[in-house]
Design a protein around this ligand. Structure first.
Ligand code: IVH
Length: 732
């Protein structure tokens, strides 16, 4: 791992002993290397405690000897520099933009133009001309240029207008996967160019985006509209310490000024970056038109699971020589094109606005739309979030608006096209009484949400709570949907969550359209949810401000006994040791708002009775195992971390680095549950089989995935084999 460092032979700075100097250099090199293992490869080879010890030793040395100060020291990644304003930065080589292909036909036309032109220039027939493309994601972030002089990071700048951007060196230094010294991250035989201007995109992964917006909401600061603006806002910060907390990541895709290295192909350049330890996408294809089209299809399907935003695929002619032949238009090259995925945006008419009552009583205005196709789905409702949002956008009934879909979430209204107003539009007011139970609506001072205070009696809230409890990501009660929830509540069969577990077949068959078989299936499904992971259980309870993520954070830090004084052995006790906000506050990501809400929730006798009742009917939340990894994992058993995951699980990770694919029908559990159980042990679960798959678990009626796995010679497990192995892994 030890490598020749460019500064290793320099004499120590004044007043620093040779020994301290060597130690400083060695610590920096090791920390830079381990940072790379962790953030770029997701494959660390030392435990956090060892990293922390080296980090502290380096901090001490630098504190003791101010002459050792170095802006590129790994200790400086936390930021520190506060600028008055960002200074302008002129690019040596302009940063270009790209022409778009919005339809397949436009991409085809570009392919054929490029092929014809290049063949002609080489005196060949187009169909026989050998031509290779590379294609990679079109990241939806902020373009930046990073400059390395003899392998040392020296400056960074945003794209700006392409000629002049803004200097963001101190901020870019805090981006954890940006290497600061290539000598520490490059492979042994890699040649470090004298000058390297790497271009790429800075992004904010979804988990980090949600985290910063949660914090903003807690602090009463306006949340960011989308990950791109959050990335831009974070990188263009005056205070680099703030940038450091945001969790930005960088992916490289091009070059600017180069010295001491001339790439012959885009592919070769990207491979070179990889050997230097500069982060590049794991998704890239190299081949003919057909391969590029297949890649576009594949990535389009994966798009919503990447953990960060992409809005298309950039296709580039691979050979630099060919790129030069094709040349440029004024601001964009002829040798590249951005294929854009269908917009997740459309315009339509607002026909009405309803106030929908959520599980906590919050009234959410929902726009009733003239149905419209967005990204292949018909949309007829879109959220307007709250009254402040309506006022801010000045949305009126009768307006033509933009709506946007992002991933799997509910579409939202993003903008009003005021030019289309006729004057007949009407403003909407939050109803003064709950549209379902008629109770007078309330609003807390300083909060944006209006709510129906009839927590116990409002049928809409009960309905939403029941659905929230049964939801896939909560208790996951298969088959308990909208209609069934309504029927159970109307017949008075279910008044509390615990009642679900007291249902019997006679109760259920009275319900319309529920036959014996479905009734039994539902009972089985309910029974199967009696041992939920604690995080999912907490999420299911519907504690205000405790979403799925916060629930996991809580479950990783506390037991149900800590939180409410209940565990399986003591559910009958009336006493409890409810936790206070003060005890919750030190937990990272738990702000005062959440802490208070959790405290209040568990202090409420009704909520406590609800939990106790669930324990009484046999629900036993399973607590995550907590153990810090304290030693270096054995060879081959490295702990992989997902760059895009928000929470670090602290349980043992015997399946770290392993990728599973589940296919076919499983008998003993759902595929989601099987996936959750291996994820809890550190594995990744993927939807498609590739050579990187470690195990394919094949249930009944497995099809093409099984075939592919067999062709690739991968390990295939039957459900039974999987269950046996799972028990062994869980015992680790
Ligand atoms: S290449 C000369 N590759 O798209 C080619 N650009 O519309 C210059 N972008 O400002 C860019 N992902 O911010 C390239 N894989 C990728 C990209 C990419 C995102 C952005 C980049 C650029 C914009 C142009």
């Amino acid at each position: 791992m030890s490598r020749e460092s460019s500064v290793a032979h320099q004499p120590p700075p004044e007043g620093v002993s040779a020994e301290h100097w060597q130690r400083t250099l060695s610590l920096r090199e090791q920390l830079n290397y381990h940072n790379y293992r962790y953030y770029t490869l997701g494959d660390p080879v030392i435990a956090d405690a060892e990293y922390d010890a080296m980090f502290r030793e380096l901090q001490e040395l630098e504190k003791r000897h101010p002459a050792l100060q170095d802006p590129n020291s790994p200790t400086q990644r936390v930021g520190g520099q506060v600028a008055e304003k960002l200074t302008k930065f002129r690019h040596d080589v302009p940063m270009l933009s790209l022409n778009n292909a919005l339809e397949d036909a436009e991409l085809d036309a570009w392919f054929s133009r490029v092929r014809t032109e290049l063949a002609k220039a080489h005196g060949k027939e187009p169909q026989h001309f050998e031509l290779t493309f590379t294609a990679e994601p079109k990241y939806d972030g902020l373009a930046v240029a990073l400059h390395y002089e003899n392998g040392r990071f020296v400056s960074a700048a945003t794209r700006g207008d392409g000629t002049t951007g803004e200097e963001v060196t101190a901020n870019a230094r805090t981006v954890q996967n940006v290497p600061l010294d290539l000598h520490a991250t490059a492979t042994k035989d890699a040649k470090i160019p004298v000058w390297l201007e790497v271009r790429g995109e800075i992004l904010l992964p979804h988990a980090a985006f949600e985290k910063v917006n949660r914090q903003h909401l807690e602090q009463g600061v306006q949340p960011f509209a989308n990950p791109r603006s959050a990335a831009a806002g974070s990188l263009r910060q005056l205070d680099s310490r703030i940038t450091a907390t945001r969790g930005l990541v960088f992916f490289a895709y091009g070059w600017g000024k180069l010295e001491g290295y001339t790439p012959s192909t885009h592919q070769a350049y990207m491979d070179m970056l990889d050997t230097l330890g500069i982060p590049i996408s794991e998704y890239r294809v190299h081949g003919n038109e057909e391969k590029v089209r297949a890649f576009i299809g594949m990535l389009g399907e994966k798009r919503n699971q990447l953990g960060y935003d992409i809005d298309g695929v950039v296709v580039k002619v691979d050979r630099v020589e060919h790129q030069e032949t094709l040349g440029m238009r004024s601001r964009s090259p002829r040798w590249a094109i951005a294929y854009k995925y269908p917009a997740q945006e459309a315009t339509t008419l607002i026909e009405g606005i309803d106030a929908q009552v959520g599980r906590l009583g919050t009234l959410t205005p929902v726009a009733k739309l003239k149905p419209v196709q967005v990204g292949g789905v018909t949309v007829s409702n879109a959220t307007l979030h709250n009254m402040d949002y309506i006022d801010e956008l000045d949305v009126r009934i009768g307006d033509t608006v933009f709506i946007k879909r992002a991933g799997d979430v509910i579409p939202k209204v993003t903008r009003v096209i005021t030019d289309k107003r006729s004057g007949n539009e009407t403003r909407w007011q939050m109803p003064s009484h709950c549209p379902v139970c008629g109770t007078a609506v309330k609003k807390e001072e300083g909060r944006v949400a209006y709510y129906c205070p009839n927590r116990k009696g409002c049928p809409a809230q009960l309905h939403a709570r029941l659905l929230g409890f049964a939801a896939k990501r909560a208790m996951n009660i298969d088959g308990l949907g909208e209609k069934l929830a309504t029927a159970l509540l109307e017949k008075g069969l279910v008044k509390t969550f615990g009642d679900l577990y007291r249902l019997n077949k006679d109760d259920l068959v009275q319900l319309e359209r529920l036959g014996e078989k479905s009734a039994q299936n539902l009972l089985d499904a309910i029974e199967a949810t009696k041992q939920p992971p604690l995080g999912r259980f907490l999420f299911a309870l519907g504690i205000p401000l405790v979403g799925e993520h916060v629930a996991t954070v809580l479950a990783n830090h506390f037991s149900l006994k800590d939180l409410a004084g209940f565990d399986a052995a003591s559910y009958d006790s009336e006493e409890g040791l409810s936790i206070t906000a003060e005890q919750l506050l030190p937990v990272e990501e738990i702000g005062p708002g959440i802490a208070e809400s959790v405290e209040q929730f568990f202090a409420d006798p009704d909520a406590r009775e609800m939990v106790r009742d669930l324990l009484r009917v046999g629900v036993r939340p399973v607590e995550p195992q907590r153990r810090k990894v304290a030693e270096v994992p054995a060879e081959g058993g490295v702990k992989k971390r997902d760059l895009f995951a928000a929470v670090e699980p602290e349980a043992p990770q015997p399946l770290a680095g392993k990728t599973f694919v589940f296919t076919g029908t499983l008998e003993s559990c759902t595929r989601d549950e099987a996936a959750d159980s291996v994820k809890a042990l550190g594995a990744k679960v993927s939807g498609s089989v590739s050579k990187n798959t470690d195990y394919l678990v094949a249930g009944e009626k497995a099809g093409s995935k099984l075939k592919k796995a067999e062709q690739l010679g991968l390990a295939v497990l039957t459900e039974k084999e999987f269950q046996t192995k799972l028990a062994e892994w869980q015992a680790v």
